[in-house]
Structure formats: C-alpha cells, structure tokens
Design a binder for this molecule. Sequence first.
Ligand code: KIV
Length: 286
Amino acid sequence: MKPVTVRTLLKMKADGERIAMITAYDYPTAALLDEAGIHVLLVGDSLGMVVQGHATTVPVTLDDVVYHASLVSRAAKRALVVADLPFLTAHLSQDEVLRAAGRLLQEGGAQAVKMEGGKELAPLVTALVTAGIPVMAHIGLLPQSVHALGGFAVQGRTLEAAERMREDALALEAAGAFAVVIEMVPAEIAAWISGQLRIPTIGIGAGPGCDGQVLVFHDMMGLTSGYIPKHNKPYANLGQVVTEAAKAYLADVAAGTFPGEAQTTHLKPEERAHLEAHLRLQRTEP
Ligand code: KIV
C-alpha cells in the first residue's frame, strides 16, 4: 500500500472517502495502528493526560512531543505522522515556531505538525508551509486554552461563535493548512464548516459530518480511568485485559506455578554431571 501523504488526504476528501486518525505515542502501538490501515497517527499532546498522568495538556513540552514522535515515526510504514506543537509554542516568535516545528520533523520524524488556534495563526501557517512543513489546524475546543476557557466545554453553540469558527477554518485553509481538526462542536456546525472547505476536517466530538474522525487511543481502547468524554466509543477494554493478566501472573508467582517447564531452561545432562562435581545443585525438574 502507498504511504499516506497530505495529498492523499485532500484526494480522499474530494473522492468522499473518510479519514481515520488515532493518537499514538509509542512504537508498538503505532506499528499495530499502521498495520491496521489507520491513515493518520497523531502524536497529540493528549499524551500529557493519557500517558504522563497530568490533568491537562499544558505541562507537555516540545522535548516530550519530539521524543514520542520519534517512537511513532519509527513504526509508521504507511500512515502519515502528525505531531502536536505543545502549549505556547505557536505563540512564540515566527523564528521560534519554525525551529520548534522543524524539530518535530527532523528529530521526531513527523511529516506534519498540528497547531491549536484560529485565524490569528494564518501568517504562521503560511510561514511553516513555505518552509516545507505541512500544517494541520485545530479549531473548536482548544485543550491548550483550558484555563482561559474555564473547562473542556462544547464550542460554537451561538451564531457569533459558529461564524467565527467558519472564518477561522477558511483563513487557515487559505493560509495553506492541509486539514483542520474540529474538536467538541455541535454536529450541525461542524458539518456546515466541512461543506465549505476544500481541505478535510477531522472531527472529535463534532459529529459524523466531518471528513474524518480522530479518537484518543487510550480512551477508545479502554485504558483510561476516570472521566471519559461523551464522544468516545469504547472499541476494546484493554484495561480489563491487562488487569486480569496481571492478577493471573500474581497468582502464578504466589503459587510457584510460574515459570513452568515451558519457560525454564535446564542444564544438559553432561553439564549437570560436570557441575554437580563442584556445586551442590538442587533439582528443578518436575
Ligand atoms: O492531542 C490530541 O490528542 C489532540 C486530539 C484530541 C485531536 O489534539
């Protein structure tokens, strides 16, 4: 199968084919998702919440995302790898943003970056694209602004908010973004915006009218404890699988039934005969 590029995603939208994106933060998970045919792997700063144990994405650093992107990009043979510019990065000087995004591509191995924000970021998007760095925009709920917003709430419920969001999306498209994530927006508004863009929209909590969908790996696979957002669909319960396996191992170790013969290496008879002459060996065979 051909690798997914930003052009593939534009063509998918033109052909009415939906895009599937999942977050990934490590090599084995990324390899499984890539083999499953997922189009885009997002090294999201959600890693702060689902991997690092923080309450928000704010503490995640550029070094963190570079590191996780390097693990994911090593595994991705076909999927497009997109890495998040973490908190504040998109609001530094243009030079600093270019350098930060450059690190995500050069050291992290990502093929594109994602940036949270509206039309105020348009000049930056153009600067990045001009430098050869594809940009995925992100509008609606901006988790990096959680403290300014006062929580993780649905956005775009009023006429003004919906109009502003549409203007943001159009400005980011005109600036050169190749896709736009729409997070936690009523389905009607997200579909209305999607219908006006040439570039694909990728929704999360934004209804089925977007051109693609994204879910956070740990949420969809049942690895997150505590609050699970309404838009999540549990496709697996890996949390339960891991807990049951750990308990079975604990019981085996306590009972002395692990390791069994299948997991054990013994001395060959001639080795044993030789060593027994020098050592007081115990019998370990059943
Ligand atoms: O960081 C992330 O995982 C994201 C997705 C929720 C879109 O931004």
